[in-house]
Design a protein. Structure first.
Length: 354
């Protein structure tokens, strides 16, 4: 998971001599390592600075970069200053989307070069997933799906939302996850109308929907899926809403293709929900990009007027949320291709009644 050559190849296009990468996701994208360090990516060489907590692991895992350990007397910032001078850097790109104002000001005081906002360089590269990244995303998805299979056997009336969320976490870790992509969302009955509701002590009951939104990380890459299941026989209204959401998701997936604007993918799904009379109850976007972070760019939402690139991994997650009653969301992750998209989520989407 080393993308140093890709970053270096884009420096000229941004008028840069080098790129300073200091964010956790940026560091992992650049060198495939989490070490709370700093990476200076130049056209001919890369330098990586980290502290004693990570140096041994870095020396085993990081390739393509000169690795130096920081000390009590020589800080990470001082090493960046030295690298700028020795590498002859005049324009240094920064991740303005992650760097704090305080860090920017402190670097600006000590560096002899110009700091240039260049977050887009990494954002554009990270948007398009290569083969290794796709494999990691798919593997993470398979782990989540195994946890979903297990949770269907586990859920019983009287369990709390927290218990169900805890079991999802346990099973994903048991099946090989490094950690969670985000804290699982498990909401039931009236709580289901909260798209990002927090699992509570509420007990699940017969006749309710249970919405579970969860994912895990494998080799640094996230999975993300949502399934809504019925505990006991659902009402006709519940069935209508469920299948409206499912048809909306299918419509969005059918419209998803490299070169199609993000807003057009969103609108294809939103139209199905609008036509069914539930337009006021679908307030978020159809999907967001997924990768090292659970929310990346570009997005398939109403405001994105740009064509989606080939190779982007984006969630497909329309929903309908009826306040005080229930909610339904169904989510897959799709990879956009020239001809359409590949749905990497294999879990069933037909309404499951437990």
């Amino acid at each position: 998971m080393n993308h140093l050559e890709k970053i270096a190849s884009k420096l000229d296009a941004y008028g840069l001599d080098a790129m300073l990468v200091t964010s956790e996701p940026g560091e992992f994208y650049a060198i495939g390592f989490h070490g709370e360090g700093a990476v200076v990516v130049g056209k001919q060489e890369t330098r990586y600075f980290t502290d004693s907590r990570y140096i041994e692991a870095a020396e085993h895992q990081v390739t393509g970069a000169k690795i130096t350990v920081t000390t009590r007397t020589v800080s990470q910032k001082a090493m960046v200053v030295q690298a700028v001078e020795e590498m002859g850097i005049r324009k240094l790109g920064i991740e303005e989307g992650y760097m704090t104002v305080q860090d920017y000001q402190s670097y600006e005081k000590v560096l002899s070069c110009q700091l240039v906002p260049a977050q887009q360089l990494l954002t554009d590269l990270r948007a398009v997933k290569d083969g290794e990244e796709r494999e990691a995303l798919i593997h993470a998805q398979r782990i989540s799906e195994k946890a979903f299979e297990e949770i269907l056997k586990f859920i019983r009336p009287g369990m709390t939302e927290k218990e169900i969320a805890a079991r999802l976490v346990y099973d994903m870790l048991r099946f090989g996850a490094e950690k969670m992509s985000f804290d699982p969302i498990v909401v039931s009955g009236p709580n289901g109308s909260l798209p990002h509701g927090i699992p509570s002590d509420k007990k699940v009951q017969e006749g309710e929907f249970i919405t579970m939104d969860f994912g895990c990380k494998y080799q640094g890459y996230c999975s993300d899926m949502t399934r809504t299941v019925a505990l006991g026989e659902p009402s006709e209204e519940m069935k209508k809403v469920y299948y409206t959401v499912l048809e909306a998701q299918k419509a969005g997936i059918a419209a998803a293709k490299a070169g199609v604007r993000g807003c057009d993918i969103h609108n294809a799904a939103a139209k199905v929900i609008e036509d069914a009379g539930y337009g006021a109850y679908f307030g978020h976007g159809f999907g967001h990009s997924v990768g090292i972070e659970i929310h990346e760019s570009p997005n398939a939402n109403h405001s994105n007027q740009d064509p989606m690139p080939e190779g982007v991994a984006v969630s497909a997650e329309p929903g309908i949320y009826l306040p005080g009653k229930f909610g339904v969301r169904i989510e897959d992750v799709i990879l956009l291709t020239q001809d359409g998209c590949e749905d990497i989520t294999l879990a069933p989407k037909e309404l499951i009644v437990l």
